[in-house]
Design a protein around this ligand. Structure first.
Ligand code: NDP
Ligand code: MG
Length: 384
């Protein structure tokens, strides 16, 4: 039995992971966590026979304690206590935002394998996270679909001489606004932005997909995970989301990973690694698909991808600043406090104000994140 902790179990990834756990006979769920949706969390604990949970929001934790006789951890050390006490073999980090970095650090510091959906951990603290995993021997298994695909493709070339893999390609669906020009995006609504054509996801990543910031974060994630230079990473728009990623090899071959867009596939791969598991999904039907389309990114309409790439290339604390400004701007857009195109404006203004540091520690990152949030909030007020 593999002992599993799911952090962010009440979210989109968390809920899908719980369905997989219920169907698996080799996974034992030992602890779960959420930010504030305590009723859903307790219902999950009861359904899955879990006796220990963590809740980030103190008031929600108190309500949960009053309603449930299991152990409810809260406070700044709650996730560390939860992870240590649960003695898991694997932690799934499905928290959204840079709030997930601490959980990544705790898990890897303990030498525990990590299934990582929280891409922001790698964007904000990539070098440190990768160094930590190497130092403790903990395995980092990507859950993001493109990165899960790349992980599998790269593994298939194990044992080949260095330089065999020349290029990694990530596909982007293009989001709900694919094909629109910049001026067509001025008045788009939150509902339109949340209406993703191929994936059902949480609110923040859905907006990131609409701005293409999601693909920008994923470029940084791929750079960190696979140690590949930005010049050897590319993004192509592929509206059907059937090809998740591709690697191009020295002998002229390219290998691609295909499947219907369903996050259960990469989640299950990470939870069961190195075994593959049977999922009741329809096999890919190429005849029925007929054709697959690919096109270039429109960088003028979707400037977030270039902003992320520039921050990734700059390195140091730049991706941390980019991510913090994006989180603040996306929250404001979801709250109807800014327009869609202002998301990129806030990020760009915050990056140009920030003092980027090239060498950093986790403490530096926390400070850079906090400062960037404050600057981004000021820019939001100025733009309003
Ligand atoms: P959701 O918003 O659906 O869920 C987020 C989860 O994190 C919830 O359980 C939430 O708790 C919890 N949470 C939020 N803030 C905090 C905090 N400050 N401290 C502790 N827990 C917190 O997000 P998704 O499931 O969509 O995404 C999760 C991560 O996976 C993101 O990093 C995303 O980029 C990545 N990802 C998601 C994909 C998807 O298909 N959804 C695809 C690829 C990657 P509560 O319910 O109480 O608010
Ligand atoms: Mg992805």
């Amino acid at each position: 039995m593999r002992r599993l902790v799911i952090l962010g179990s009440t979210g989109s990834i968390g809920e899908q992971a719980l369905e997989l756990v219920a169907a698996a006979d080799d996974l034992e769920l030992v602890a779960i966590s959420a930010e504030r949706r305590w009723e859903r969390l307790i219902a999950q604990a009861q359904q899955h026979g879990v006796r220990r949970v963590a809740i980030a929001d103190e008031q929600s934790a108190q309500l949960a304690r009053a309603a449930w006789d299991g152990e409810v951890l809260s406070g700044p050390e709650a996730l560390a206590e939860l992870i240590v006490a649960a003695e898991p073999d694997l932690v799934l980090n499905a928290i959204v935002g840079s709030a997930g970095l601490a959980a990544t650090v705790i898990t890897l510091s303990e030498g525990i394998d990590l299934a990582l959906a929280n891409k922001e951990s790698l964007v904000v603290g990539g070098e440190l996270v990768i160094e930590l995993a190497a130092a403790t021997g903990a395995r980092l298994l990507p859950v993001d679909s493109e990165h899960s695909a790349l992980y599998q493709l790269i593994a298939s070339e194990n044992g080949q001489p260095p330089g065999t893999i020349e290029r990694l390609t990530l596909t982007a669906s293009g989001g709900p606004f694919r094909g629109r020009r910049r001026e067509d995006l001025e008045a788009v609504t939150v509902e339109e932005a949340l209406d993703h054509p191929t994936w059902q996801m949480g609110g923040k990543i859905s907006i990131d997909s609409a701005t293409l910031m999601n693909k920008g974060l994923e470029l940084i994630e791929a750079h960190q995970l696979f140690g590949v230079a930005y010049n050897d990473l590319e993004v192509v728009v592929h509206p059907q989301s059937i090809v998740h990623a591709m690697i191009s090899l020295a002998d002229g071959s390219s290998l691609a990973h295909l499947g219907y867009p369903d996050m259960k596939v990469p989640i299950a791969y990470a939870l069961h690694w190195p075994q593959r598991t049977k999922l009741e999904l329809a096999p890919l039907d190429l005849e029925q698909l007929g054709s697959l389309n690919f096109e270039a990114v429109d960088n003028e309409a979707f400037p977030c991808l270039s902003l992320a790439l520039a921050a990734g290339r700059e390195g140091g604390t730049a991706p941390c600043v980019l991510n913090a400004a994006n989180e603040v701007a996306v929250a404001a857009f979801l709250d109807r406090r800014c327009a869609f195109l202002q998301i990129a404006e806030v990020i760009e203004a915050t990056l140009s104000d920030a003092e980027i540091m090239q060498s950093y520690s986790f403490e530096t990152l926390i400070d850079a994140d906090r400062a960037a949030r404050a600057t981004a909030a000021e820019h939001l007020v100025t733009l309003a």
